[in-house]
Design a protein around this ligand. Structure first.
Ligand code: SF4
Ligand code: SF4
Ligand code: FES
Length: 751
């Protein structure tokens, strides 16, 4: 096994339209042209996917080569002389546009795409002023596919949507139905009703695929665009709020380069509306702060708010408790004690470039859809081998997972030890690390975890011929009773086997909070809660004692799982008090919350940059210039790995706390645009074992939190562990500090 970090790119030089262009061997002519600000028209090209090569608009002449060639897929050779435009190329492109316009119903006046339509623009650009040909038009009705609708009459068959569905989101719902002139796109998974289809519509260059919710509500030119960062899952990708009359009409993104999850595309209705300055409540809040010993908060706060809370801790002595972020913080501290780095090595970018990926301790498709997308990209672009290790199989991953390794809930420490022992077998290690691995009782660990040695050996062998590995781990591990030893063992794979590791932070701004705040483990005395129920509660959800702005109503920064600090901007009005107002009364001093941006802790990799100086764009090549990436910092090392502890058996009725795909928190639960159903989901096998039938109402208690849920059989699930969503638990986060698997007693209270 070896890392790909050291491959030297070979430099080449080409001449395009007389301009000398430096490039790297392997780049296409189109990529080089775009890097050098040379325009080549395209219709089917989508930067974030492999070349589609269906439109022929990108044809160029290369000296010494017969015939025009497709610049989007042709790799440039050193010394090539390329011409991107002449009368002949113009005529060819004009003819292509004429063909696109055969029978295209010029409905621009009522079409959703008008004003931002590639066909409309290029029809003008290539001076196609009339429809020269016609063909017999078959009846092709508009089809509704949940969040999007498809009008085959407007479709130019560029296949961008199919590529996004296949290469990016991985729902694999959209396919080409070939039929010559009658070819169409079909949704082969209509029953699944994927919300990820919104990502396919986002790249459609014409009005064929449109957002069902947005359709016929506004013209593109009426919308004001406000760029920001998605606050939901922690991937921190760009979002553009499109506004009219002070309301969000739709959410888009720089779809050429980046992709969103369904929560960000549709879960934008999270504002704390109609809030005015409530002086009485403000005074009560100040009193509550004066008597409180602990500030308890969720991940739904900005970096700057986290810094305000940290400063209040330093000046007033509060305990700061944020359960999920604390678990992650402790995990990373243990992890760093082995690697000598403050944070893990990987990012979403390194993940998508991997040749092999191991996922463990996260139901990744639900916990972090953007991580799943990037694993899917690695699978489609590099035929990456993907090993998914979890107690519950996930049918949504079946198209990308090459090996599913099922382990028993509770056995994670043993499993990571087995994994490290197998993958570090032939690698030179410090004596004390080798001694820990040599001391493992492999037979016992294997029996307890139910992971066969041969499964891991098969995994090791499959990696032998590969390079560029990623390891993705998640929340199942952070709140595990043995989390710190698990972190240290996993860190060996980054340190000694060259894995790019992503420890998926808790959703929201778990990464930022864990870096900025000196968090405490336990609550003391009375509490002020922020987006969490406290003795006095500040809430952006509209149900606290003093209102706070939601993420769409405040300026600030967030820190992503790729360690990037990016900006959030004010999208909707907010008339109430903000945390900074309280902080000023409590002795801090800042006119605006964003005055804290440049004071985010340098000791944790933040940079001393003013909020207004943070950039927010992608360049023509797709490089991200959004905010900055945290500096990589060294920390002290101390190799002190403990022996693997006895495992707790999770037999009987076992439940796994895991939200459905578009939900992460009480904030997404607030959205009316997202599905709100919060069922306990189990397989038929679970139903039989627990003596439940579909539709039963049941009660159970996890960590003192009482649930009353309707049980539903999910035929896509296998095994005897049911999925329990927690996003609808309002301001209660008590559950989030506990291991995600629980043994429970179910009481049927209705059917
Ligand atoms: S897809 Fe474009 S060209 Fe066709 S009707 Fe709509 S706006 Fe006009
Ligand atoms: S629906 Fe849109 S993206 Fe898909 S093939 Fe047709 S025109 Fe292209
Ligand atoms: S952009 Fe090259 S064929 Fe479409």
């Amino acid at each position: 096994m070896s890392s790909t970090r050291n491959t030297e790119p070979k430099a080449i030089n080409v001449t395009i339209d007389g301009k000398s262009c430096s490039a790297i061997f392997g780049q296409t002519i189109l990529e080089i042209a775009r890097e050098n600000d040379i325009y080549i028209p395209t219709m089917c090209y989508l930067t974030k996917t492999l070349p589609i090569a269906s439109c022929r608009m990108c044809i160029v002449d290369v000296e010494g080569v017969d015939g025009a060639i497709l610049s989007c897929q042709e790799k440039a050779t050193d010394g090539a002389v390329i011409n991107t435009n002449n009368d002949e190329l113009f005529k060819e492109r004009q003819n292509i546009m004429k063909l696109y316009n055969v029978n295209h119903p010029l409905e621009c006046g009522v079409c959703d795409k008008s004003g931002e339509c590639d066909l409309q623009n290029k029809t003008m650009e290539f001076a196609v002023s009339k429809q020269s040909f016609t063909a017999k038009e078959p009846a092709r009705p508009v089809q509704n596919w949940g969040v999007i609708s498809y009008d085959p009459a407007l479709c130019i068959m560029c296949e961008k949507c199919v590529r996004v569905s296949t290469e990016i989101t991985g729902d694999e719902a959209l396919k080409v139905k070939f039929g010559g002139y009658n070819s169409t796109i079909e949704n082969v998974k209509q029953d699944a009703n994927y919300k990820t289809l919104g990502e396919a519509a986002a790249v459609c260059p014409v009005g064929a695929l449109v957002d069902s919710r947005f359709k016929y509500t506004a013209n593109a030119w009426e919308l004001t665009q406000i760029p920001s960062t998605c606050p939901h899952c922690g991937a921190g990708h760009d979002v553009i709020y499109e506004m009219k009359n002070g309301e969000i009409y739709r959410v888009s993104n720089t779809a050429e380069f980046s992709t969103m999850c369904s929560a960000s595309r549709y879960g934008f209705d999270i504002a704390n509306k109609n809030v005015k300055k409530d002086e009485t409540a403000f005074k009560s809040a100040l009193k509550a702060f004066e008597s409180a010993k602990t500030i308890l908060f969720s991940n739904e706060i900005s970096n700057e708010e986290a810094l305000i809370l940290q400063k209040l801790k330093e000046t007033k002595g509060y305990k700061l408790v944020s359960h999920e972020a604390r678990a992650f913080q402790k995990f990373m501290a243990s992890y760093g004690s082995i690697t000598g780095k403050l944070l893990y090595s990987g990012s979403l970018e390194t993940l998508s470039q991997s040749k092999a990926v191991i996922v463990m301790g996260t139901r990744v498709n639900d916990d972090a859809p953007l991580v799943k997308y990037h694993i899917n990209m690695a699978s489609k672009w590099h035929r990456a081998r993907v090993a998914y290790m979890h107690p519950i199989e996930d049918s949504e991953l079946k198209n990308i997972v090459t090996q599913f390794i099922k382990y028993e809930a509770g056995s994670e420490e043993g499993v990571v030890a087995l994994l490290a022992d197998t993958l570090l077998k032939d690698i030179e290690l410090p004596e004390n690390v080798r001694a820990v691995l040599n001391d493992l009782d492999i037979g016992n660990l294997s029996a307890e975890s139910n992971v066969g040695e041969e499964e891991l050996e098969a995994l090791r062998k499959s990696l032998l011929k590969k390079s560029g590995f990623s390891l993705v781990v998640g929340s199942d591990l952070y709140a595990h009773p043995r989390a710190e030893n698990i972190a240290k063992i996993l860190a060996l794979l980054e340190q000694y086997a060259g894995f790019n590791v992503i420890c998926v932070p808790p959703a929201g701004n778990g990464m930022g909070i864990s870096q900025i705040c000196d968090l405490d483990d336990t609550i003391e005395g009375s509490t002020v809660g922020y987006n969490v129920k406290g003795d006095f509660t500040l809430s952006a959800l509209g149900d606290g004692d003093l209102d706070m702005p939601s993420f769409t109503q405040q300026e600030g920064t967030l820190t992503s799982m790729s360690k990037r600090v990016t900006t959030m901007n004010v999208v909707l009005e907010y008339g109430g008090y903000v945390l900074n107002d309280l902080a000023n009364e409590l002795g801090l001093k800042a006119d605006y919350t964003i005055q804290y941006t440049k004071y985010l802790p340098k000791a944790k990799g933040f940079k001393a940059v003013e909020f207004d100086d943070l950039t927010d764009y992608f360049d023509a090549k797709g490089n991200e210039h959004r905010g900055y990436v945290l500096d990589e910092l060294d920390v002290a090392t101390a190799i002190s790995i403990e022996d693997v502890a006895e495992m707790n058996a999770f037999d009987g009725t076992v439940i796994y706390n895991c939200n459905p795909q578009e939900h992460f928190s009480a904030l997404t639960a607030k959205s009316e645009n997202l599905t709100k159903d919060a069922f306990l989901l189990g397989s038929q096998q679970f139903a039989t074992a627990a003596k439940l039938t579909d539709g039963d109402t049941i009660c159970y208690t996890i960590n003192s939190v009482k649930f009353k849920r309707v049980f539903k059989i999910d035929t896509s699930l296998k095994g005897t562990i049911a999925l329990n969503p927690t996003f609808d638990m309002g301001l209660s986060t008590a559950l989030l500090s506990s291991y995600r698997f629980s043994k429970v007693d179910l009481e049927r209270v209705g059917s």
